[in-house]
Design a binder for this molecule. Structure first.
Ligand SMILES: *Cc1c(COP(=O)(O)O)cnc(C)c1O
Length: 352
């Protein structure tokens, strides 16, 4: 840190992303990317758009907003899109909590919520998950600040129902409820349908996981036009061109090719079921997951050791040191072939 950095930023804890190593080729099951490539139409769209890079991108994102609106049955003024859903979360903490404002989210959830809370000086409270890692929706009723819930939650994969989310939204009429649906396409229930009924519900999703575009950086949100206008206001005071031309064209093509991506999600769900079955057979406890990852704990080897032993054998998973979850590893669901490697290496480590 230089001596020029102002005080308020010196003590910030930064978000630590999963490793993106360059030292060797790993079976990479640590950052919940899709194991499947973008559809050919997406690659084609990006290639074509590359020849127009001398021009700024459309700051209204109109074509993309219309495509997303069409797919989800809402109007284009109900759709926002940004440079990854992290960007949307950042703007939401800024717009709907802010300095001294309140926010509530689970103690075990996406690590970025705390980082954004600290960045914007938000007075946030974490609410402990239940013993089985589920969220008790009642604990989010009648609060007095921004409510943020990943549904399905990360890194647990546990999901709430639409009725449970509706209860939370209904009981917080004076605050925004942000539901982060980064993993909803892998078997969860989306609450996008509730956005026409409640003006305080902000649903955000990403092209990074189910739509094989983590490297393109594209996230979107669906909500009442009022909230969407607020997010646009923040974008237009920071960086109106925050979605680049190639990503915009990729996003439109991906929405048009929705069936390809939903087929991949069904494949990943089948691979998930098979992986759970095999790990349980090896004595693992696996939390029931509706995401493209599982959260699993061995009865024979501790979480940190398993992480390190797998890494030394070329398989990367995600381990979190925090006390409640240090026995677990979060394992992304890859192709069936990648999961075969995982299971083979785990057997080797366990000596079975
Ligand atoms: C991956 C993830 C995001 C971030 O997605 P990007 O669109 O890649 O920024 C947001 N929320 C959760 C819970 C995630 O796991």
């Amino acid at each position: 840190m230089s001596r020029y950095l102002i005080d308020q930023y010196q003590s910030l804890e930064v978000y630590v992303p999963g490793e993106q190593p360059r030292d060797m080729q790993y079976v990479k099951l640590n950052t919940n990317e899709s194991p499947y490539p973008p559809s050919p139409a997406v690659i084609d769209a990006v290639t074509k758009e590359a020849g127009r890079l001398q021009l700024y991108s459309d700051p209204t994102l109109m074509e993309l907003r219309e495509a997303i609106a069409g797919l989800y049955g809402v109007k284009r003024e109900n759709v926002y899109a940004s440079n990854g859903s992290d960007d949307i979360l950042n703007f939401a903490f800024m717009a709907f909590a802010g300095k001294g404002g309140r926010a509530y989210f689970p103690d075990i959830s996406y690590g970025f919520y705390k980082v954004f809370g600290d960045l914007h000086g938000v007075n946030y409270t974490t609410i402990p998950l239940e013993e089985d890692f589920s969220i008790d929706p009642e604990k989010y009723h009648n609060l007095d600040g921004l409510v943020v819930i990943a549904n399905p939650n990360a890194p647990t994969g546990v999901a709430l129902s639409v009725e449970e989310i509706e209860g939370i939204v209904k009981s917080n009429p004076n605050n925004v409820v942000l539901i982060d649906e980064a993993y909803v396409d892998f078997g969860g229930e989306s609450c996008v349908g509730l956005t026409t009924k409640y003006d305080n519900l902000l649903v955000c999703q990403t092209f990074s996981k189910s739509r094989s575009m983590a490297g393109a950086r594209l996230g979107f949100a669906i909500a009442d036009a009022g909230l969407i206008g607020d997010l646009d206001r923040i974008r237009n005071t920071t960086n109106p061109y925050n979605v680049n031309r190639m990503t915009l064209s990729a996003g439109v093509a991906a929405i048009q090719d929705n069936d390809y991506y939903m087929d991949n999600c069904r494949k990943i769900e089948a691979t998930r079921a098979e992986t759970v079955r095999r790990l349980e057979g090896l004595g693992f406890t696996v939390i029931p997951s509706k995401a493209n990852f599982i959260f699993a704990k061995s009865d024979k080897v501790d979480g940190g050791t398993l992480y390190r032993e797998l890494k030394s054998r070329g398989v990367l998973v995600r381990h979190f040191e925090s006390p409640r979850i240090k026995d677990f590893n979060r394992i992304t669901i890859g192709t069936p072939e990648q999961m075969d490697v995982l299971v083979t290496k785990i057997k080797e480590i366990l000596g079975v």
